[in-house]
Design a protein around this ligand. Sequence first.
Ligand code: HEC
Length: 469
Amino acid sequence: MHVTRVGSLPNALDAAIVPPMKKLHGAVALLVASCTGFLVACGSTSTSGAGTSVVVDAGSAADAAPTITTTSWYANGKPFVDRYCRSCHGGAGPGTGDFTSYENVSALAQPILAAVTSGRMPPGASDPKCRDYANSDRRFVSDADRESFAKWVAEGTPKGEPKGEAEVPPIDETIASPDLVVKAAAAYAPTFSNPNEPGNEYRCFAIKPGLTGNKFITSMGPVLDKKSMIHHIVAYRIAEPNLPAAGKNFPAEGWSCIDMVNAGINPSNPFQGDGMIVAWAPGTGAFKFPEGTGLSLKSTDAVVLQIHYFQSGKEPAGTKDHTGFAFKFADSVQTPLLIAPVGKTNFRIPAGDASYSYSGSFGPLPVSLKIYGTMPHMHVLGTGYELSVTNGSNPSTCVAKSDHYEFGNQVTYFFKEPVQVPAGAKVDFRCTWDNSAANPNQFNSPPVDVSYGERTDQEMCYAFTILAL
Ligand code: HEC
C-alpha cells in the first residue's frame, strides 16, 4: 500500500476522517500521525512537477525509495465520480454514500472500484455502441476512465493539487419555465411495509392536469423533492374513465401499483388513448423532443405518476416526498409521436434456465417510420435485450441492446439520431432472462416456469418505442 505524504494530508481533518475508514498498515498510521504533527515537514518534501507528488511505500518504509504518483483527486478521482456516479451518489441521490468529497471517495475507494470492475455500478444501461442516446457518456464507464480511476486507487488515492481540470457538469434534470407540473394533491410518506418488496415501494398518483385543450408534450423532466428516495418515475396518460378502481377519485395518498394494470395502463394497447409518456431514473436527464414533434396529451386525459420509492437510509422514516413531473406543450405539431410496445407475450421461460432468450419480429412494415427512443421493459428475471431493424439482406441496425438489464433502473433512451426504418423492413426484438435458483431476484424456490403476466413474479418482454410515421 502507498500513502501520499504530500497533498493528501494537508490538515488534521483528513487524518481524522481517513484512517478509521481505511485499513491502514501500522507504519502508515504512524506516518499519518507524524505528518499531522509536522505538517510543515511533510509539506516540505513536495515536488514541483505537474500533478505529481512523492509517496513512500509504507510496507517497506525503511528502504523505501520515493516513487512518483502521477494521479490526483482532481485529475482521476473527482471527474470519474462526477461523470458516472454523482447523479445517484451525489448526497441527494438514492445511491449509498455521498461521493462528492475527497475524504469520502478516498475512504471508500476500494468498494467503489470493486463495484465498477464487477460491473454492478453504474447500473446496467443500453450499450451506446449499439446506438448513442442522451447522457450515454454518463452511463457506461470507458476503459480509459476505469483504468485512470484504478491507477489513482493503486497509488493510494493521492489528493494532489487542482491543475485547472474541467468540471464535469451535473446532468440537467429540470426544464425551464414548464407549462404544467403534475404532482399528487399532497406530499406522501412511503411506508416500505410490503414484505415482498423490502426497502422498496411502488406508488401511483393520478392527477387531473386540467388542460384547456388537447396539447402535445414537447419537453419534460422530473421535479424532484426527496431525490434520495426516488429510484425511478414512470409517467402515463390515461382517459379518466379508464383509471383503475384505486385511482378513480384521485386519492392524494395514491395507491400501491407495482403492476402496470394496477397503475392503469394496458401494456398491449397503448394506441387506444392510454399510454406511457416516459420512464425516468437518475441520469436520464430532462428531455426535449425534436423540433416539430410531440407526444399527445388530451384535455380528457389524466396523468398517472408511478414513483418507485427506495429506502436509501438518507432520510428518516416517515419523510414525506412531493415529487412531480414538468411538461412544456405545443398546441399542435407537424409530426405527432406514438409509443408502440415492441414485443410479444407467448413465451414460457423454463424453470432453472440461467439464460433463456425469446425473440420475435414485426414486419415487413407497410410504412416507413422514425424511431426516436425506447424503453426496454422486463420484470425482475430480465438480464438482457436487443432491439434491431433489418431491411432485406442488409446487415441489421442495432437500436438498443444490453447484457445487463436491471428492473430497478428502467430508463427511456432518447437517441441522438433517430433510426430511419424504411417500409418493408422488419423490427426484431430479443429478451433474455435468468430463471435459475442462483438469480438473486428469483421469486420461486425452487424455480418454476414463468410466462407473460402483469405481476412482478410473471414476466414481460417489451420495448416501449417512441416513433413517428
Ligand atoms: C442510476 C443511479 C446510480 C448510479 C448512476 C450509480 N449508482 Fe451506485 N448505487 C445506486 C443505488 C440505488 C444503490 C443502492 C443499492 C442498489 O439499489 O443496488 C447503489 C449502491 C452502490 C454501492 C454499494 C453496493 C454495491 O453494489 O457495492 C456502491 C459501492 C456503488 N453504488 C458505487 C457506484 C459507483 C462507483 C458509481 C459510478 C461509477 C455508481 N455507483 C453509480 C444507484 C446508482
